[in-house]
Design a protein around this ligand. Structure first.
Ligand code: SF4
Length: 364
């Protein structure tokens, strides 16, 4: 069963500082935890029959918050699985993406970086408890390029408090000046237990969120970036192969604190408690995925991308014709410019991506 699994996600939960909006499984960096964590992670990885991977993604948290020695230890552990992978990504924060860590990554075959930039305005960065400046971003990307990295993503948050459309436009301008290949833009979501949640910070409302989103899309596509997933743009041929695994509803291993995986007909999520994880109580939640659930995941995930639903593949897997089954609704969406059918694929237009929740409810 595991022979079809080509992707591995590894979560490193440690961070130098905790950002005001953050809802990821994370904790303050303490070296004493890191040693124990890496040992348990190595055991967890060994418990799966992992081989012949195509993509590895080490995310967090902040993998680069580890000391050089700990970081090397992590890359050593992962090296058992990284032979011949096509895409090997590591997430980093600008303040800890040092030359020594870049060199280590290069040596161990990492070929894609994903850098948490979030804003290019230093005051805004301070207000969300980020501990880097835009100058740090410029410097670390220059260093990365010099060391030979040519596949770099930056993350940007849309809708942070006090960021006007003009400021967002400046963010995009600044980010484009970095000469990178991939940009992920996520709308601010305020979760109750975060600093933002406690301070009652508001997410941007529907119309404003849409205005900001349109602005990002307009500026990036004008510069040759392809909008290939709701929140992701890339230069041609620089799609994230790893993230496409998720969006194509393919299986993947997930290891580390709070990581999720999808193996066979099981989706699982690991514990978010560092003590439970270190004690070996790793998987916290398992969900059996029936064929019907699988079909819903397939629709929901594939429609997020510009590739949409492969109609022949869909009928082969689920033994049904989605177009015939929802003909009236799909035809109505096509006439409204929300959906389109191209080369045997049912695809959301930009407008469709913006109203995806509605489309999915109707297709379920
Ligand atoms: S660096 Fe990333 S994971 Fe860590 S607190 Fe900030 S947003 Fe969360």
């Amino acid at each position: 069963m595991n022979k079809d699994i080509k992707s591995l996600y590894i979560h490193i939960p440690f961070c130098e500082n905790i950002c005001n909006y953050c809802d990821f499984p994370k904790l303050q960096y303490f070296t004493i935890f890191v040693q124990k964590y890496l040992k348990k992670l190595e055991e967890e990885l060994a418990s799966y029959n992992i081989k012949d991977l195509k993509t590895i993604y080490i995310g967090g948290g902040t993998p680069t918050s580890l000391s050089d020695e700990e970081f090397k230890n992590l890359l050593d552990i992962v090296s058992k699985y990284s032979n011949d992978v096509e895409e090997y990504t590591v997430e980093a924060n600008p303040e800890s993406l040092s030359i020594s860590k870049l060199q280590l990554m290069k040596k161990y075959g990492v070929n894609r970086l994903s850098i948490g930039v979030e804003s290019t305005n230093d005051q805004i960065l301070q207000s969300i408890n980020r501990h880097h400046s835009f100058l740090d971003v410029i410097k670390c990307i220059e260093n990365a390029k010099q060391i030979g990295f040519d596949n770099i993503n930056v993350d940007l948050i849309i809708g942070l408090p006090n960021v006007t459309p003009k400021m967002l436009e400046k963010d995009i301008f600044n980010i484009l000046s970095l000469g990178i290949q991939h940009i992920s833009c996520y709308s601010l979501t305020v979760h109750e237990h975060t600093i933002f949640g406690m301070k009652n910070v508001k997410e941007p409302g529907g119309d404003i969120a849409r205005e900001l989103y349109d602005l990002v899309n307009e500026k990036l596509t004008a510069k040759g970036f392809v909008h290939y997933e709701i929140s992701n743009w890339c230069k041609p041929d620089y799609q994230s192969k790893h993230n496409l695994t998720y969006w194509k509803n393919e299986q993947y291993y997930g290891c580390g604190l709070g990581a999720s995986g999808y193996i066979g007909d099981l989706r699982y999520t690991n514990t978010k408690s560092i003590n439970s994880y270190i004690d070996g109580n790793i998987v916290d939640y398992k969900e059996f995925v029936s064929l019907k659930d699988n079909e819903e995941y397939y629709i929901l995930l594939n429609l997020r991308t510009m590739y949409g639903i492969d109609l022949s593949e869909f009928s082969r897997i689920y033994n049904k014709d989605i177009y015939k089954e929802h003909k009236e609704y799909i035809d109505e969406c096509i006439s409204k410019g929300i959906l389109e059918i191209k080369n045997d694929h049912l695809i959301c237009t930009y407008e469709g991506m913006m109203t995806l929740d509605q489309v999915i409810i109707n297709l379920f």
